[in-house]
Design a protein. Structure first.
Length: 347
């Protein structure tokens, strides 16, 4: 058996721990070192997971020649320097989403990745989107022309809770300067990765009209431009005649499960794109009698573990092994980030 890939994890908060559990499920890799900003945290995680080396200085991990790759799971406002330093140290990188809280910083990160094309760089927004069997299923229907020319995509999901309520340790997530944005910024990487990916990643954004608000729940504080949005929506106009209505809320007065609709000149689809949202895709098409009918199609999820981050780690290691190319390179994730940044800037 080939030697295992040696991985370091930088940032061992909620997502860092998820990665630790997922790498344990991958027999081709192991975590040999971890980093956190506080000694108390990193020592506690080291003891819990029996990790060989723990540090509060990520440069120690990058200086370790035995480390092949790093997973960057810090808050987004810390991503830039760690990412650039990791590539310059010759490490492959799995970057937690979003790319950064700063668009300018994200652009520099893309430039650095381009300068190290020999290294694997994977952005984690493929976790719920492109590694999900529903992605390949829907993309195949589009490619085969089952829907005709796609002219409209509609997506909606509303949650009454915020990310900081879900993960109280992530106090930075309410601060626009450190987080970049709220539910739209947090989820757009997944959403755009799926919805624009099944269409071939070929559409360029032409125009945006939308809104973004915060201060909706008194317990979470008043409206403040320094706080992230709680509810936002936009109508995006792309080339090739595509329009895309996109709505997300976290901390608003509503609770609506994921709902995706794709409309073409020959048919339409409705489904929950998230991997835990069932295996049914509704296909609206014209019957032989000329009437529109709905067929329930079932996506084969048999080969999907259901452990979403385990699938991500498996894909990352497949990339390290040279079996596949990253399904979501940082350049494409940056392109999606530009889109949501424009929504929040112009709303």
């Amino acid at each position: 058996m080939s030697p295992k890939w040696q991985i370091g994890i930088i940032g061992v908060g909620m997502w860092g721990r998820v990665h630790l559990d997922s790498v344990r499920d991958e027999e081709r890799a192991e975590v040999t070192c971890i980093c956190s900003r506080t000694e108390q945290t990193v020592k506690a995680v080291q003891q819990e997971y029996a990790i060989r080396h723990a540090t509060t200085d990520y440069q120690e991990i990058l200086a370790d020649d035995s480390v092949d790759a790093v997973i960057i799971a810090t808050p987004p406002h810390v991503h830039g320097d760690v990412f650039v330093d990791a590539l310059r140290a010759g490490k492959h990188v799995l970057l937690e989403k979003p790319v950064s809280s700063s668009l300018d910083e994200a652009a520099l990160m893309v430039q650095e990745a381009d300068a190290h094309s020999d290294l694997v760089v994977l952005e984690a927004s493929c976790r719920f989107s492109r590694l999900n069997p529903k992605f390949a299923f829907v993309r195949n229907m589009v490619q085969k022309g089952r829907l005709g020319d796609i002219y409209f995509v509609h997506h909606l999901q509303l949650k009454p809770t915020t990310y900081t309520e879900y993960n109280p340790r992530a106090e930075w997530a309410a601060d626009r300067r450190r987080a970049g944005g709220g539910p739209m910024f947090d989820w757009s990487g997944y959403d755009f990765s799926f919805h624009l990916g099944v269409l071939g990643d070929r559409h360029d954004l032409q125009g945006v009209r939308g809104f973004a608000v915060n201060g909706l729940r008194p317990a979470l504080g008043p409206a403040d431009p320094d706080l992230v949005e709680q509810h936002a929506a936009a109508l995006l106009q792309f080339d090739h005649g595509l329009h895309y209505y996109y709505e997300r809320a976290g901390g608003a007065y509503g609770d609506v499960p994921d709902d995706t609709r794709i409309h073409g000149t020959r048919g339409g689809l409705r489904f929950d794109y998230l991997p835990w949202g069932g295996d049914v895709v509704e296909w609206y098409t014209e019957s032989s009698g000329g009437k529109v009918e709905c067929r329930e199609l079932r996506v084969d999820m048999a080969g999907y573990s259901g452990e979403h981050n385990t699938e991500l780690i498996r894909h990352f290691v497949d990339c390290l092994d040279g079996r596949v190319a990253p399904v979501l390179p940082i350049g494409l994730a940056y392109r999606h980030m530009q889109m949501v940044w424009r929504i929040l800037r112009d709303s």
